[in-house]
Design a protein around this ligand. Structure first.
Ligand SMILES: [Zn+2]
Length: 300
């Protein structure tokens, strides 16, 4: 099952306890479904539970009996067939003879109802990507004015610190979120707490993996640097050996030059510890620089 379907199942399991919230939930569910107008009030979905709850809300909140059919392709279509019933539904949500392409704020004036409205809206027009494949949550809205109103609703939402973006897609208006924080917050206010925790968990895992990768890259860059330095030192020592012989170097430098030749992958610290009179890492570095300087002056 898709992550979106999991989230919707979690939302479906939440009880809208107060009557005002059930009204707001029904409003969100119907306003953003396939049709919500004087000519068409219907829902098309592959999710049987959403079709079920849509019909239940029509019966309970609007006192209207819908027709529900399931196609062979497994799609559910719920519909209010008579025009008198459609008028009844619209009047329940405060729409008279006027158009239905605007949000009626009167249906969501109580603070408690906003979450319920959002739940209904997400069930019919929302989708969310699996967070493992990238953060994306969207609402697809059929009308421009409704899209603007809903965007304003989301922006002004008290418990949400989100800035929704929108685009046009196939003559629909899409409001979307691409950052994990907004998505976690939206899921949380809708009450989909375990889905929200899942997004958070994925985010933490990704952050951790990025940190590890960054460190590995850093360490391998350092390792490359060490190997480059050792190669330069060995070049210098070989040049001295082949031109004037290692005996050209004084005792301290000669011992280190031999040690370096025999141990190309020893760290500076290890070289220092292996000398007959051990010295520090910076001491080794200093002597190796001297050797490289000598080679350079021999080349001139
Ligand atoms: Zn309420």
């Amino acid at each position: 099952m898709s992550f979106s379907a999991d989230v919707k199942n979690e939302i479906l399991s939440i009880e809208n306890e107060k009557e005002c919230c059930r009204h707001a939930f029904a409003y969100g569910l119907m306003l953003f479904s396939r049709g919500f107008s004087h000519y068409d009030i219907s829902l098309l979905t592959e999710n049987g539970r959403i079709a079920g709850v849509y019909c239940e809300m029509l019966r309970e909140v609007c006192k209207v009996e819908p027709r529900l059919v399931c196609s062979e392709a497994g799609k559910y279509k719920a519909e209010v067939t008579s025009s008198a019933d459609r008028e009844k539904v619209l009047s329940v949500f405060g729409y008279g003879k006027s158009g239905t392409s605007r949000l009626n704020w009167g249906n969501i004036s109580d603070e408690c109802c906003k979450n319920a409205f959002l739940r209904g809206a997400f069930l019919t027009c929302g989708t969310i990507n699996n967070p493992n494949k990238g953060y994306h949550l969207e609402f697809v809205v059929p009308y421009l004015h409704l899209c603007r109103d809903f965007k304003r609703f989301l922006s002004d939402y008290d418990d949400l610190a989100v800035t929704p973006k929108s685009i046009t897609r196939n003559s629909n208006y899409v409001i979307y979120f691409k950052d994990s924080e907004s998505i976690e917050d939206l899921l949380t206010v809708m009450g989909a707490v375990s889905s929200s925790l899942e997004v958070m968990g994925v985010k933490m895992y990704k952050d951790m993996r990025n940190n590890v990768n960054r460190r590995l890259n850093f360490e391998s860059a350092n390792l490359d640097k060490t190997i480059d330095a050792a190669a330069r030192q060995i070049d210098a020592i070989m040049y001295i050996k082949e031109t004037v012989g290692l005996s050209y170097l004084d005792g301290e430098l000669r011992e280190l030059a031999r040690l370096r030749l025999e141990n190309p992958d020893m760290s500076l610290r290890e070289l220092g510890d292996s000398l007959s009179e051990p010295i520090s890492r910076s001491g080794v570095n200093h002597r190796l620089k001297k050797i490289c300087d000598i080679a350079r002056s021999l080349k001139k």
